[in-house]
Design a protein around this ligand. Structure first.
Ligand code: GAP
Length: 452
């Protein structure tokens, strides 16, 4: 247990030190569960989103992209069921004043002064909890200068609804026919009672959601198809297969809209937890929006002359959770030539920096040659130039940032125009002609497989 807690502590500290993730508004003491992505974090997150977009939109003919607004007509959330059902049961400890989700007492710790470190279940056993009451997780705000009920709007708690209300706009504009999907990446907000575990559960987060519209009767076939596609996607991200599993929702877990649901779970240091949900939402969403908007949202199939309300198979991934997963999965410590190193085994496709470029020493023309290599490679992918300190320390700094390749210009470079390329994971060093460096690294990146 101590080792596991230590891993999270070490990761949080590395994220801060190396500029992956900072606490939000830190100079004011931070804001609970809000985080900012620093220079390396923003690249990592962007790479993950690009990788998802490429897999879900750009390489497919049957999925279109969308970027809907965060604020939507309030009736959307009545139709979706969020106003009535998007609630969690909440209890307060009358003595220590800590607040918990009633269904997550097991394993929760009390963080209040005086009770810090004590199990929350103890407060329950001692009868100190209030009765559970339902708490709606949607953030409410107001449109315009006057704060009154008539102009209340919600910050969207999921991106999915922006897709449903646009389904026929997108279908007509892109001349798609069912089966087809709409994909979207964007912020969502949930006033979680107990956020925590770093960026795992926060109140503001990004989702990568895809809604696939199908003919009723073909929904379970598509559901199985998307399950297989989505778990394979994490393999491409470099996440270890043995750390991923499916979890099927039983009848008591199923959301109000779902006929079938599987989570893709990752084995986090704090247990197996959901990374992505794959849901068969039936025709619930479009029927409800038809009812609340008064618009006919059925689809007419010209070929078969059939009219029906499409079923929806949804794949809903958390972007911040995926970033956290890739960092945890990549984190490692080893000893190289008697010296401890911290390394992130990030797959090159998501690594913030693809290569470090180093002159062995700051003289004899090596910095000039290294700078030229750096400038040339920078046109193709992010690279980092470093001439400060011993070469071993420069390698370590790049290892810790997850940079897969290190390029060193040395005395031999000046003789024969070759450089050494050091691989972060295997530590293999290869001499490569400078003018072949770009294809060499590109091929290495394309062929990358995580070492067991
Ligand atoms: N449209 C369906 C939907 O939103 P969900 O299971 O509630 O389904 C999907 O959320 C994904 O969004 C989750 O698997 C998770 O990765 C991410 N997510 C949900 N709540 C989150 C939170 N409070 N913090 C970070 N990520 C969250």
């Amino acid at each position: 247990m101590a080792a596991i807690e230590k891993l999270m502590d070490k990761l949080v500290s590395l994220c801060k030190r190396r500029g992956f993730i900072f606490p939000s508004s830190e100079i004011y003491g931070g804001l609970n569960s809000c985080y900012d992505y620093g220079p390396l974090g923003v690249e990592l997150k962007r790479n993950i989103k690009d990788y998802w977009w490429k897999a879900m939109v750009q390489t497919r003919d049957d999925i279109e992209g969308l970027d809907a607004s965060i604020l939507m007509h309030p009736r959307v959330w009545e139709a979706s069921g969020h106003v009535a059902n998007f609630t969690d049961p909440m209890v307060d400890c009358k003595e220590c004043k800590a607040r918990f989700r009633a269904d997550q007492i097991e394993g929760a710790m009390c963080g209040s002064p005086g009770y810090k470190g004590r199990k929350a279940s103890k407060c329950g056993d001692e009868g100190k909890f209030t009765e559970a009451r339902l708490f709606n997780l949607m953030f409410k705000t107001h449109m315009g200068p006057v704060e009154e009920a008539a102009n209340a709007v919600y910050m969207r708690p999921e991106t999915a609804q922006g897709i449903y209300v646009n389904v026929y706009n997108v279908m007509q504009a892109s001349r798609q026919r069912i089966p087809f999907g709409i994909a979207q990446i964007g912020k969502a907000f949930r006033n979680e009672i107990t956020p925590g575990n770093f960026t795992f559960r926060t109140r503001e987060f990004e989702q990568m959601e895809m809604q696939f519209f199908v003919k009723p009767g073909s929904d379970m076939e598509w559901f199985e198809y998307w399950k297989a596609q989505r778990i394979a996607w994490y393999d491409g991200l470099g996440v270890r297969k043995n750390k991923l599993q499916f979890h099927q929702h039983g009848p008591t877990e199923l959301a109000h809209y779902a006929a079938a649901a599987f989570d893709i779970e990752y084995e986090f240091p704090f247990g197996w937890k959901e990374l992505e949900g794959i849901h068969n939402r039936t025709d619930f969403d479009l029927k409800r929006h038809a009812e609340y908007s008064g618009k006919d949202l059925s689809y007419f199939d010209d070929a078969t002359r059939e009219k029906y309300v499409p079923y929806i198979v949804e794949t809903s991934a958390g972007c911040d959770r995926t970033v956290l997963t890739t960092l945890i999965d990549a984190y490692d410590e080893d000893v190289i030539e008697g010296e401890a190193r911290t390394v992130l085994h990030l797959a090159p496709v998501i690594a913030p920096i693809k290569a470090g470029v180093f002159p062995l020493v700051k003289k004899e023309g090596m910095p000039e040659v290294a700078k030229k290599i750096y400038q040339d490679l920078k046109k193709h992918f992010p690279v980092f130039y470093d001439d400060g300190g011993a070469i071993g320390r420069r390698y370590r700094r790049m290892d810790e940032a997850g940079t897969p390749y290190g390029i060193t210009v040395d005395g031999q470079t000046l003789q024969d125009q070759t450089v050494t390329v050091r691989e972060r994971d295997s530590l293999v060093q290869t001499r490569v002609a400078s003018d072949k460096l770009l294809p060499f690294i590109q091929e290495k990146m394309a062929a990358y497989k995580r070492m067991e």
